[in-house]
Design a protein around this ligand. Structure first.
Ligand SMILES: [Zn+2]
Length: 53
């Protein structure tokens, strides 16, 4: 499972934002960032294992 996070504020509240001729872009609902660059994190293991300290 991939979690898309904002490169600006780190929020995971990312929505697809169709940029027309620019192609697919993403919009951060938290800080308003719009761009094709987002950070994808593989969070599957974290979710399965939970917080283990
Ligand atoms: Zn953001």
């Amino acid at each position: 499972m991939k979690l898309r996070t904002c490169p600006s504020c780190g929020s995971a509240n990312i929505k697809l934002y169709m940029g027309g001729q620019l192609g697919i872009q993403y919009k951060c609902e938290t800080c308003g960032y719009i761009g094709a660059l987002i950070i994808e994190q593989d969070v599957e293991k974290k979710f399965l294992r939970g917080r283990k300290k």
